[in-house]
Design a protein around this ligand. Structure first.
Ligand code: G3P
Ligand code: MG
Length: 346
């Protein structure tokens, strides 16, 4: 029987299925919740006609702050409590790279936030573009550090430092200077600034936290994102050196990210709902065919359980175009996606 307003939410939790949500273009746009998102969350938390609660996690390609900071923000936006135990962002799996490299360059995000994230992951020696500009202000002819940036940037002697890897954690706030610095390192001898390789094949590897060329924010039309920086950097490297640059992207649609999500969901269901077996079906709700739908469909072929892709019309995908990767269902909003999944189960 349908619950009437004022009926207390259900307390029985289903162990059969779960939801995973993309954030930008599904739940949030430009820092504001998509109105239907709040109701969708309420439905999963027991305000539904089935009298059931459904476990869920969040898998975003976004980033730029610590997981706990982002969860506090998401809790306010969606009017629910979101825990880091149910949250993965683009750079979360990069944590596993912390042991592999000593000195790394971390690019992107507001101020010092990404340095703080990287150090929190256990990276031992984190350099930012600001540190490099502070050391040699001629590095970027058209960018001067603000007094705040100057204060936060660290004094290092880059004549004695080899940068072993480059991690783009979040969107660059200054493409020209960040690309100049990345290009300098790619063309260097073993990541030593101020040197030039003769072969251009001894620079550090570059890792991006995701590969979304466009994303959905407050503008009516999509905006360029980190994947666009990646394309641009690869083209520029080719133009300058004549060689191909191979870079690596984390995030969706990478299988590794979905494996990470599987482990997170398993732990979350165990810790909060005492469910010890995997769900039969995970409904993944996304707005970007190239990352959300592609990743879910490919993972579905790998996984022992079903990963069911649902595309919404509130973000990157717009009606009138044909998605490059076909979802199992297309619906208007995240609320319709939740209803679709739940109806399918009963
Ligand atoms: O920069 C973030 C964006 O590219 C995608 O975020 O939540 O849609 O995976 P999301
Ligand atoms: Mg999205």
């Amino acid at each position: 029987t349908p619950t009437t307003p004022g009926t207390p939410p259900a307390t029985t939790v289903t162990d059969k299925y779960a939801f995973a949500f993309d954030i930008d273009g599904v739940l949030i746009r430009g820092g504001r919740p998509i109105p239907e998102a709040i109701e969708a969350m309420k439905m999963l938390n027991g305000e539904n006609e089935y009298g059931i609660k459904v476990p869920y996690i969040f898998v975003t390609n976004g980033g730029g702050k610590t997981e706990s900071e982002r969860c506090i923000q998401l809790s306010q936006q969606l009017e629910i409590e979101v825990s880091p135990g149910q949250f993965i962002c683009g750079h979360t799996p990069m944590r596993e790279m912390a042991e592999r490299y000593n000195t790394v360059l971390v690019v992107g995000g507001e101020g010092e936030k990404c340095r703080i994230v990287a150090e929190g992951y256990g990276f031992k020696d984190v350099v930012t573009p600001g540190d490099i500009i502070k050391y040699n202000q001629d590095t970027t002819p058209f960018r001067k550090l603000t007094p705040e940036e100057w204060k936060n940037s660290r004094d290092r002697n880059f004549d004695e430092i080899n940068i072993e890897a480059i991690f783009v954690f979040a969107d660059s706030r200054d493409w020209a200077s960040d690309q100049q610095i990345i290009l300098d390192l790619l063309m260097s001898k073993n990541g030593r600034l101020g040197t030039r390789s003769e072969t251009f094949d001894e620079g550090p590897p570059v890792f991006f936290s995701h590969n979304d060329v466009v994303w959905s924010t407050s503008h009516d039309l999509t905006r360029i994102g980190m994947g666009a920086l990646r394309v641009s950097l690869e083209a520029m490297f080719k133009a300058v050196t004549g060689k191909e640059l191979k870079t690596t992207a984390f995030g969706k649609p990478q299988i590794g990210t979905f494996e990470f999500a599987t482990r997170l969901l398993q732990q979350w269901r165990k810790d909060t709902h005492r469910i010890d077996a995997p769900p039969e079906t995970v409904y993944f709700v996304g707005d970007t065919p190239e990352s959300d739908i592609r990743g879910t469909n490919e993972f579905d072929r790998h996984a022992d359980n079903t990963w069911y892709s649902i595309l919404v019309r509130t973000g990157v995908f717009q009606e009138g175009s044909k998605p490059r990767f076909q979802p199992r269902a297309t619906v208007d909003t995240v609320l319709d996606a939740v209803k679709h999944g739940m109806e399918r189960e009963y």
